[in-house]
Design a protein around this ligand. Sequence first.
Ligand code: NAD
Ligand code: ZN
Ligand code: ZN
Length: 405
Amino acid sequence: MKAVVWHGVGDISLDDVPEPTLDEPADAIVRITASAICGTDLHFVRGSMPGMRPGTILGHEAVGTVEALGPEVRNFSVGDRVVIPSTIGCGRCVYCRAGYYAQCDMANPNGRDAGTAFYGGPESTGPFDGLQAEYARVPFAHTNLVAIPPGVSDEQALMVSDIFPTAWFGARLAEVGSGDVVVVLGAGPVGQLAVLSARLQGAGRVLIVDGNADRLETAKLQNAETIDFNAEDPVKVVEELTGGIGPDRVIEAVGVDARRPVGGPAAHQVGDAVAAEFEREREQAAPETNIQGSQWVPGDAPSQALRWAVEMVAKAGTIGIVGVYPPQHTSFPLGAAMNRNLTIQAGNCNHRRYVPGLLSRIATGSADPTTILSQQEPLPSALAAYEAFDRALPGWTKVVLEPTA
Ligand SMILES: NC(=O)c1ccc[n+]([C@@H]2O[C@H](COP(=O)([O-])OP(=O)(O)OC[C@H]3O[C@@H](n4cnc5c(N)ncnc54)[C@H](O)[C@@H]3O)[C@@H](O)[C@H]2O)c1
Ligand SMILES: [Zn+2]
Ligand SMILES: [Zn+2]
């Protein structure tokens, strides 16, 4: 079968690989009908989330139909339409039972303290082969498959594999409540759906910050108030727009590949000391890079979004962090946060906890996450799609890959 395979930093290809098999009694094999490229995949190719094993199939977002089932999977039938949540839980341990699927004690073969198990990630996450392929093996399939309700399209369900639940989780971490003023940092797919999630969770106003004008235009489809950090100082503008108080809640949807402003007043505010700190953080996060012109360039300011979050949020406000940082990232403005009585929550999404509820919302028409979908490409065009998404070219906000196209 065809699959997108990680060979090294800056080195991925579409390969012919063996089809997966049922290895455990609770496994399922899913024939993928649509998968997607995520900002998380970019960290692996840029080198800012190290530790990948060469030969790992990439991808952790997919929908498909059940092709084969092990004897311990009693709740699905061959042919069922399913969405695959990105993180893997066993469905049995105390963490899964409490809804912390991303901290499952059993799913990660490296042990209970190795961290979140998910598809297409670094060695420490399994590794499990990913979902940018024609077929995939799903472990503990009784828990890690969710049936797609009638009337919900593949494209809608695909958004519920990772980014919509992550955005929803980000708004929960940020404690968004009725009437709150919310700032979302990052207008990538996760940030865009964080706007939608914040609204559905009661936010009164939602502002969004990015340096990519095209993505900010897309955010207006969700009626977010947009701020371009390459044209304005985001901390100052947010202060002005919120009557000098700051937002109640900030959702950080940027992660380790955060960039510093290249234009506008904020570009001049990065002093030598902070620039040196950014460089140290980048070396710490991405010890190996493979930059090819403007391709696969890791962020040059890993803690920039975190710093802005702490600076702009109201006193005693809350920050929810869903942007991904590798374990070796140690930089956070804790002193400023402590002295402003902030609440900070962060984590990998417990996807399985939110997927059924979000599918129901889509089925009833109360939420449609597909406004951010910008490209549908056949799987054989995956490499060109990766390159365009990596460079965040205009119109490349969220890419769907279709094996059968
Ligand atoms: N916690 C989880 O479970 C989880 C799940 C999925 C994705 N993620 C992470 O969420 C983050 C966003 O994912 P995505 O798919 O939207 O990625 P993306 O790369 O498409 O989007 C990131 C956006 O942040 C913007 N940005 C860069 N520097 C910034 C700054 N200083 N301030 C504000 N915006 C800035 C970029 O221009 C880009 O539009 C990534 O780090 C991804 O790994 C986390
Ligand atoms: Zn993802
Ligand atoms: Zn578990």
